[in-house]
Design a protein. Structure first.
Length: 441
């Protein structure tokens, strides 16, 4: 017997036939996926001639499906009465496509509607089902509660507030119309963009091209970074959604021209994550962050067919801001042996470049001044890297610090009835020190 915790077990028990219940395997299994495999292994271990009884239809039982995959097992299936069919009939889903899921499998299932959830014999399990469905469909979604051959419509949040539960208890959800939905997924976002792009869609959206909105992705990326820096979860949620929209928009336009689809995008990204994390999904080893990054870089070069370090250097996106490009290039040339052995060496190089900038300035040659200034800035990047700092973040933090301190500085000067442009150097220094000390307290 798969379990003694069903009403159907009582009829087997009444027969007086010697039997074994496998309930202890439930307690030992870490997830339902391993449970089904463990149940199948246990049944196979009893040998030929074993009768394995499950509640409902054997074709709906995942442990039976696992058992059928085992080599050397002779399996003869005698179908029982489906636990799903009554709920499907009550919901009116017969003859159409629907998803049927056991309540015990919800956590490991990607849910779609129309949907029937069965195996809901008590209030506690009904509560678990409610939470899983509310996260996907919203707490006020109208559902059909089915129990003992009767059914009634209730809001989803009332699923664990019913008077009666038994082995026939189930819940059915119809597929909602787009505008009636309270929760949406990636497929819904794609559907909305497709509608906006139709000839009768939005006048702005339908005329966009990959080129016309390419910079939107850059702007949205910066806005997401700004939201993260603000620490406001609502802003992060919104800006993450805007980034996602840009990816979906590009995928929809690509499918229109027959290049690729959103499914191709998600497939390629998942394949990349798997192939680059061979220390998780393969045979490579990585015990710390540095080891993980090393494995990632190795797999990345292999994937991109980068046979030399120059290939990697020239692969740095040209659309990156200059400072970010400089940091990426410095990191990649260092892997090819072209870097500094220490912070002190980078510091000496900075002093050398400052001397050359001074000479260029004295010459008045603007082209040479710009060239030497670029060398100084590149040296600053190498100094930052050798010191273990992220140059882009460091400069942004300093810019924000200057904005913050100047605002406080000007406010203090104006509060004294003074003009910021009419202060002596000594007075400027006094105001600045006061602002700095106040900030550092």
């Amino acid at each position: 017997m798969r379990t003694a915790r069903t009403e159907s077990y009582e009829s087997v028990k009444a027969l007086g036939v010697p039997h074994v219940c496998l309930d202890e395997i439930y307690e030992k299994s870490r997830s339902y996926r391993t449970l089904y495999k463990n149940l199948a292994a246990a049944v196979a271990g009893f040998g030929d001639g074993t009768a394995y009884c499950v509640d409902g239809s054997a074709g709906e039982d995942n442990s039976v499906k696992e058992l059928s995959k085992k080599r050397g097992v002779k399996l003869s299936v005698i179908e029982g009465v489906s636990k799903v069919s009554a709920a499907v009939d009550a919901a009116g889903f017969s003859g159409c496509s629907y998803q049927a899921v056991s309540a015990y499998e919800l956590a490991e299932t990607r849910l779609t509607a129309p949907l029937v959830v069965y195996d809901m014999p008590d209030r506690e399990i009904a509560g678990d089902v409610k939470l899983a469905l509310m996260d996907r469909f919203g707490d006020e979604k109208e559902v059909l509660y089915i129990c003992g051959g009767r059914s009634k419509r209730i809001p989803l949040y009332e699923l664990d507030r019913q008077e009666e539960y038994d082995g026939t208890s189930a819940v059915a959800l119809e597929k909602p119309e787009l505008l009636d939905k309270k929760r949406f997924d990636l497929a819904d976002l794609e559907e909305i963009v497709v509608r906006l792009r139709r000839p009768d869609g939005c006048p702005w959206d339908k005329v966009q091209t990959p080129e016309s909105i390419r910079m939107n992705a850059v702007e949205e990326a910066y806005e997401l970074v700004d939201a993260i820096d603000s620490g406001e979860e609502g802003k992060i949620l919104e800006e993450a959604g805007d980034i996602l929209l840009q990816a979906v928009f590009q995928a929809v336009m690509a499918e229109e021209r027959g290049a690729f689809s959103l499914a191709d995008v998600t497939t390629a990204e998942c394949e990349k994550l798997i192939s680059r994390h061979t220390h998780i999904f393969g045979r490579d080893k990585a015990s710390d962050e540095a080891g993980a990054l090393s494995v990632w870089e190795k797999n990345k070069m292999k994937e991109k067919h980068q046979e030399t370090f120059s290939d990697a250097v020239n692969d740095v996106p040209k659309v990156f801001p200059a400072l970010l490009q400089a940091q990426k290039v410095a990191k990649r040339v260092e892997k090819g042996g072209w870097g500094f052995s220490s912070y002190e060496e980078a510091e000496r190089k900075m002093a050398e470049e400052l001397t050359e900038l001074k000479a260029a300035r004295a010459s008045g040659d603007k082209k040479k001044i710009a060239s030497e200034l670029g060398d100084v800035l590149m040296c600053a990047v190498n100094l930052g890297r050798e010191a273990g700092a992220d140059c882009e973040e460091a400069l942004l933090d300093t810019v924000n610090k200057i904005k913050r301190r100047f605002t406080a500085y000007e406010k203090a000067v104006l509060a004294d009835g003074r003009d910021v442009n009419a202060l002596s150097e000594e007075e400027k220094e006094g105001y600045y020190r006061a602002v700095k000390e106040a900030e550092e307290k």
